[in-house]
Design a protein around this ligand. Structure first.
Ligand SMILES: NC(=O)C1=CN([C@@H]2O[C@H](COP(=O)(O)OP(=O)(O)OC[C@H]3O[C@@H](n4cnc5c(N)ncnc54)[C@H](O)[C@@H]3O)[C@@H](O)[C@H]2O)C=CC1
Ligand SMILES: CC(C)CCC[C@@H](C)[C@H]1CC[C@H]2[C@@H]3CC=C4C[C@@H](O)CC[C@]4(C)[C@H]3CC[C@]12C
Ligand code: FES
Length: 426
């Protein structure tokens, strides 16, 4: 029998353990680790500015890009904050008995999760002397305690329930809370500038709430445009075979990078229409048909995606394939009048295995990045040169106008991107 030296044994061992570790890590990446992507607006549509230029740091790059945003003459924009349900947090960001600050829809808010696990969202500033409840505030059962003088407000009743060493507390003091809905791993609030109560609620999918459909990951984008530009992508079927046709392998900027792969292309057709059900006027339905065409002859990868635009800022995209079903949630929330936070989360059936979920998230991220490059630099035209193919966009704008109301905040036409509201036209 050959005698191995200690050195040979250890080399064998070492090689085997390295191979095993790499394989285990690879399997973990492919079959377990959730997809997680963040893309800032500075990374798309501003390439000419950054190409070849060395910025001292990211802040310098962002500062220069913001100057370009400031010069963009936005013209007569619709109100920046439509009425509806908007995601303001992901559930995993708010553990039990914790507090977080949230800025969205031109509001400064505080979110906390009580002992019961219920989530509450309220105005950020304490009615006593204005301390920010989200900065150093504490949770006491279902209440939030102000970090400044310890006043406690109940998330359920909105009432001031205690002040240290004061009894009784003044009965009329309240902290305004916002209607909250939690599903798909998001915390949503109902925003209505006329203070109307929720006229509809976001749909839930039992397969996701029960945990039967597995979480495959998330992607988050910052988009420097008006919120209405993003859902307008739905009825704009003419853009699909221009923006999304170049092979996914060409990444997010096929025009600049040139078409390195051109033996196949993505082919799209789509339809869009408001939901005709009188109880679901807040919803629009889009059906996207996709296939890949190799050498302009061989068609494969047929995918149909049923898209439900639910209110102004929520989209449910249902994927149905031979491997099973999945749902891609897309939430669009205005962080500023011309800065949207777009967050996706994908869930799919066990047979729609994790690697396929990663593929959908990665593929969608590349495709939507191509839209974002345009949204970051375009302006919203109130009266565009519509062609007859654009009639769905006209119908979309009539449908979307239902989310604006009498006191919806208006932007000053000469406003720059900053707060965007140089004067409030209430
Ligand atoms: N989850 C959601 O859908 C929403 C959450 N919010 C909440 O409102 C608050 C304010 O939101 P923001 O102003 O967006 O504050 P933020 O702290 O999320 O982001 C501030 C800036 O940091 C950069 N940044 C954020 N995450 C990054 C990452 N992973 N990698 C690289 N750069 C990153 C972005 O450029 C962003 O403009 C946050 O607390 C946020 O949780 C607001 C709107 C929607
Ligand atoms: C792996 C591949 C097939 C991923 C699927 C990509 C397709 C289906 C994705 C990529 C970009 C997506 C679009 C991105 C943005 C919006 C705006 C939203 O308000 C309605 C849906 C809509 C219009 C999406 C429809 C579906 C879409 C076209
Ligand atoms: S400012 Fe909140 S208790 Fe005084």
């Amino acid at each position: 029998m050959e005698h191995y030296t200690v050195f040979q044994w250890s080399t064998e061992y070492l090689t085997a353990s390295i191979i095993l570790t790499c394989t285990a890590y690879g399997l973990w990446l492919l079959f377990y680790r959730p997809f997680d992507l963040f893309q800032d607006y500075t990374e798309l549509g501003f390439e000419q500015i950054s190409n070849g230029r060395k910025f001292k740091n990211n802040a310098a790059k962002r500062h220069i890009i913001n100057q370009y945003r400031e010069r963009r003459k936005n013209g007569d924009l619709p109100p920046p904050y439509p009425n509806g349900w908007f995601a303001v947090l992901e559930s995993e960001e708010l553990k039990r008995n914790t507090v977080r600050e949230v800025d969205a829809l031109g509001l400064n808010l505080v979110a906390w999760r009580g002992e019961s696990g219920k989530c509450y969202v309220a105005d950020a500033y304490c009615p006593h002397l204005g301390a920010h409840l989200g900065v150093g505030g504490k949770v006491a059962k279902e209440c939030i305690e102000c970090p400044f003088h310890g006043w406690q407000f109940d998330g359920v009743s909105e009432n001031l329930v205690s002040i240290p060493n004061v009894d009784p507390v003044p009965p009329f003091v309240k902290l305004k809370t916002w209607p909250v809905h939690e599903s798909f791993g998001f915390v949503y609030i109902w925003y209505h500038v006329e203070n109307e109560k929720p006229s509809w609620w976001p749909d839930i999918v039992t397969e996701v709430e029960s945990g039967h459909w597995k979480y495959r990951g998330r992607s988050e984008f910052r988009v420097a445009c008006h919120i209405q530009e993003i859902p307008e992508n739905g009825p704009d079927s003419a853009h699909l075979n221009v923006v999304h046709s170049s092979p996914i392998t060409n990444g997010t900027s096929p025009n600049e990078l040139g078409v390195s792969w051109n033996f196949f292309k993505h082919v799209w057709t789509a339809s869009w229409a408001p939901n005709s059900d009188p109880d679901r006027e807040h919803e629009a339905l889009m059906r996207v048909y996709h296939h890949i065409l190799f050498f302009n002859k061989i068609s494969c990868f047929h995918i149909t995606v049923d898209v439900h635009q639910i209110g102004p800022g929520i989209v449910h995209m249902y994927f149905e394939t031979i491997f099973g079903k999945g749902i891609l949630i897309q939430n669009v929330t205005p962080v500023e009048p011309l800065l949207q936070r777009v967050v996706h989360r994908f869930y799919s059936s066990p047979t729609f295995i994790h690697p396929l979920g990663l593929l959908v998230l990665h593929g969608e991220a590349i495709q939507i990045s191509r839209d974002i490059r345009i949204w970051n630099r375009k302006i919203f035209l109130r009266n565009p040169m519509f062609t007859k193919e654009d009639k769905q966009i006209r119908a979309f704008r009539r449908w979307y106008s239902q989310f604006y109301s009498k006191n919806s905040v208006k932007l000053n036409p000469d406003s720059s991107f900053k707060c965007g509201i140089d004067k409030l036209d209430f």
